[in-house]
Design a binder for this molecule. Structure first.
Ligand SMILES: NC(=O)CC[C@H](N)C(=O)O
Length: 432
């Protein structure tokens, strides 16, 4: 099977990369800190790397997953056996204030390494310009293929997310690393490494002003706001938003990598915001965890987290487009979650619960709290789909418009209508 892939290398000439040396074939081994090792073949960058080994049950969208900044520091095991069959698109969208400059979730591959059962070198898609191996090579990301990803996943599911090392080439012959040699990305503030260093604006002429705290934003979150007419100011994760909050109609907190308790600075600032500011606030994944911590909930580390595009969540309350009692299929990528506690902090209630493991999937301010604040553990914007909950962005912006109207003398209110996500437009423009 492996040799079949070698036959399609000429196709790489359409790509952007130049390559020195073979993209496939060197021996490679995945070592887990718990003592297990899996031998396969290397693809992408021929280098060894440490990381946290996690698995994703996504069937498609490896390009979006690999560019998701929340995967920073992680060795990503795909449970889907064949990865790479539709190649990798050109990841540059024409930059203007309407969009975020890329068609994937960020400008580069963010995960530390990828683990695949059967990587496809022969790829086919009208937007593809290179193979996953070529792409990994350009971003210096190692991959390992030809390993039993089902066995690895079952291990990770039983023993939990585990530190690992992908050893490539000469390192394969070396003994496995000792327990204290493994690098733990969660011990670092990964958010600080990835968040924007300076504020910047998108769509400055938009009809409603939204501040975004960037914990490692996926591009499609910014697109989802801009496409619905928001003027977006993206701020560093620990920016003193309270000093400028009067300029904005709403606050959004993004996804981000690592342990949320590394971002206590942001949670404490947000606690002040929530106490003193009554405009709408919406957070996704890391943003939701920060809202929860600010509200007085605790975050904990799950055994193996939830990663995939097929996570069912049950709505416990109705708000905007979300109806209590319905199950929504969602995209997720998280290792931490908010603890379900009874009673919930005053003024807060659970919003969603995971149908598989009963973890908290969302919280919201109660109707009598006088606030409009929501956090969701899943990704409503999911670029890889499903889009069951995408209209939560419309709901958020409509609440911002309504609040703006209520606090002004102007009687006209802009209303954002539910919309079909025009996601492919950006990609078409890039490919043309
Ligand atoms: N996608 C995210 O924002 C993930 C949040 C956090 N890093 C976690 O793993 O739980």
């Amino acid at each position: 099977m492996f040799s079949r892939h070698l036959t399609s290398l000429p196709r790489l000439s359409r790509g952007l990369a130049t390559h020195s040396g073979p993209l496939f074939g060197a021996p490679a081994t995945l070592h887990l800190k718990t003592g297990q090792s899996f031998n396969g073949r290397s693809f992408g960058a021929p280098k060894s790397i440490y990381g946290e080994t996690v698995f994703s049950t996504s069937i498609t969208s490896y390009t979006e997953s690999m560019t998701d900044p929340s995967y920073r520091g992680q060795i990503l095991v795909f449970t889907t056996p064949l990865i790479g069959n539709y190649g990798v698109p050109h990841n540059i969208a024409p930059f203007d204030s309407q969009d975020v400059g890329v068609i994937l979730e960020s400008q580069r591959i963010q995960c530390a390494a990828v683990v695949v059962s059967d990587v496809a070198e022969r790829f086919s898609h009208h937007k593809a310009v290179e193979s996953i191996a070529s792409w990994c090579n350009r971003y210096d990301i190692p991959g390992i293929t030809g390993v039993d990803t089902r066995a690895i996943t079952r291990l990770l599911r039983d023993q939990g997310t585990t530190l690992g090392r992908v050893a490539v080439g000469a390192d394969v012959a070396a003994p496995p690393p000792k327990a204290d040699e493994f690098w733990d990305p969660s011990a670092e503030n990964l958010v600080d490494q990835i968040s924007t260093k300076e504020p910047y604006e998108l769509n400055p002429t938009g009809s409603i002003k939204i501040a975004v705290l960037d914990f490692g934003a996926k591009a499609n979150i910014l697109r989802a706001l801009v496409r619905r007419g928001a003027a977006v100011t993206v701020l560093p994760w620990n920016y003193d938003f309270n000093a400028i909050r009067d300029q904005y109609d709403g606050l959004f907190l993004t996804n981000g990598p690592g342990d949320p308790t590394q971002c206590m600075d942001a949670a404490l600032k947000l606690r002040t915001t929530l106490a003193e500011w009554d405009k709408p606030v919406f957070g996704i994944c890391m943003g939701h965890q920060i809202i929860g911590i600010a509200a007085g909930l605790d975050a904990y580390r799950m055994t193996f987290g939830n990663r995939g595009h097929n996570q069912p969540v049950l709505a416990l309350a109705s708000a905007g487009s979300i109806k209590a009692g319905r199950v929504y299929v969602t995209s997720q990528n998280h290792q931490y979650a908010l603890k379900l506690q009874d009673p919930f902090p005053q003024g807060w209630e659970p919003f969603f619960i995971n149908c598989n493991d009963s973890s908290v999937e969302g919280i919201k301010s109660t109707a009598d709290s006088g606030k409009k604040v929501w956090g969701v553990q899943f990704h409503p914007e999911s670029a890889g789909g499903p889009l069951d909950t995408i209209e939560m962005f419309t709901d958020f912006l409509n609440e911002c418009h309504a609040h703006k109207l209520a606090s002004s003398t102007n009687s006209h209110v802009d209303v954002v209508s539910p919309m079909v996500e025009p996601r492919p437009q950006v990609a078409v423009a890039a490919a043309a």
